[in-house]
Design a protein around this ligand. Structure first.
Ligand code: TRP
Length: 448
């Protein structure tokens, strides 16, 4: 257990965990959900959900992980031996398989779009972005090719291990992501429609807000912060005991939210107003159409998709790490074999999703990718988050939880902080998440 690996520093952890959190959820999903939910008002509600509901769950996951120093299954077994709580961890590992399989499909698109951009097949004025997307989406060979390519990249990083693979990749890629984003923001703000776009994004219109909006925001906060399946348990398990978990969780939450907000500062000024079509195609079709019309659009498009690929990679790495750490800790398999084996199985599992956008009639008809997202990205995550809160509140016990949390944590011991976290974990989070779960199950609606 001692050579499981550990982050080299607090900064190393913060970057790796932020890398997990910052992903397609921030750059692709957040803007289009904001677009279809009224802009500014949604952003405000999202911020509330992040700090009231998601942040305490992040602390819960990190604390469980650091205490047990195990993968999600092993963690529940270590803290609550002879109980069935490990099933929550097992569901997390399954969610890792499930989410990674379809997430890698979309991640693969970013590489394909970089290639198209570089070779001039994306933004030339005679091209139709919708037609490009549709013909790409219905090309089964290319879909599978890019799925496997992206899976291979993910496996490559995870094989490198905690310090030399995951942390190193995050240390190089995240600063790069940040710089590219600032460059793009600087550029799009000079476009003629920028102010109209910003107005839509920043001026709240509360007439568009209803209970659906709030639940969407909560689901998005969960997904964006990588909560509910033990990714943060796994990353927390590589933290030393004297780390101040509270501040670590706060940094990760802050960076993730910052990048989501900044993504909006790229997309809405570029669109120059409320998006006409807000859905998964927002980035791959609508935005590409914008790139076609602006000066230097070809370069901007490539930079944008590089940025998206970076964000996606540091996330897929965390999803694979959950599965890998399970195989290492529980099954005694070497890291290399575990990462490669799991990577292959996941890529194969991704094939139906890859073919569900037009390439194969059957998978397209059932909307396989969306179904996977519904089951794993929505149901499993919310259920997992709910059970983790209940675990800490009613099984592990808040007293033991706080005792461990307070090791290395300056804030704990201050009564108002404790009380707030207690109330959050006992009532607010379980209640809010349970309502979200019920809503998802009853409406059968994907939050996204
Ligand atoms: N948070 C990532 C994003 O925003 C996706 C992700 C990575 C994730 N690991 C996760 C989501 C674990 C849920 C659970 O794109």
């Amino acid at each position: 257990m001692n050579n499981r690996g550990e982050w080299s520093s607090k900064l190393g952890f913060i970057l790796a965990a932020s890398g997990s959190a910052i992903g397609l959820g921030n750059i692709w999903r957040f803007p289009y959900i904001t677009g279809s939910n009224g802009g500014g008002a949604f952003v405000l509600i999202y911020l509330l959900c992040v700090f009231i509901v998601a942040f305490p769950v992040m602390i819960v996951e990190l604390t469980i992980g650091r205490k047990a120093k195990r993968n999600p299954v092993g963690a529940f077994k270590a803290i609550a031996p002879n109980s069935k709580w490990w099933i929550i961890g097992a569901m997390g590992v399954m969610a890792g398989f499930g989410i990674l399989s379809y997430y890698s499909v979309v991640a693969g698109w970013t590489i394909a779009y970089i290639v198209k951009g570089v070779t001039g097949g994306l933004t030339a004025s005679h091209l139709d972005p919708a037609a490009i997307f549709n013909s790409f989406a219905s090309n089964g060979f290319l879909q599978i090719f890019y799925l496997f390519l992206f899976s291979a990249l993910t496996v490559f990083v995870v094989i490198g291990g905690v310090k030399n693979g995951i942390e190193k990749a995050a240390k190089i890629l995240l600063p790069l992501l940040f710089v590219l984003m600032l460059l793009l923001i600087g550029y799009v703000l000079t476009l003629p429609g920028a102010m109209d776009g910003l107005k839509f994004y920043l001026v709240p219109d509360f007439s568009k807000v209803n209970s659906h909006t709030i639940l969407m925001a909560m689901g998005q906060a969960f997904f964006s912060l990588s909560l509910g399946m033990g990714a943060m348990i796994t990353y927390g398990s590589y933290l030393p005991d004297d780390d101040d978990l509270f501040s670590s969780a706060l940094y990760v939450t802050f960076f993730d939210t910052l990048i989501a907000i900044l993504a909006g500062f790229i997309i809405f000024p570029a669109l120059g107003g409320a998006p006409t079509k807000a859905g998964p195609s927002l980035v791959f079709v609508v935005l590409v159409d914008v790139f076609r019309k602006i000066p230097f659009g070809g370069v901007i498009a490539v930079v944008f998709f590089v940025l998206m690929a970076i964000a996606a990679l540091t996330s897929t790495v965390s999803l694979l790490e959950v599965v890998t750490s399970y195989l290492i800790d529980e099954k005694g398999i070497s890291r290399k074999k575990a990462a490669i084996g799991a990577g292959i199985v996941i890529a194969l599992l991704g094939i139906p999703s890859a073919l569900s956008l037009g390439a194969n009639k059957f998978f397209t008809k059932i909307g396989f990718l969306d179904k996977m997202d519904f089951v794993f990205g929505n149901i499993f995550l919310t259920f997992g988050g709910l059970m983790m809160c209940l675990f800490v509140a009613y099984k592990w016990g808040l007293e033991c939880f706080f005792e461990h949390l307070s090791e290395g944590c300056d804030h704990v011991g201050k009564p108002h902080f404790n009380r707030w976290l207690q109330i959050a974990i006992y009532f607010i989070c379980p209640l809010a998440i349970a309502i979200l779960l019920l809503y998802i199950l009853l409406t059968g609606e994907t939050l996204g």
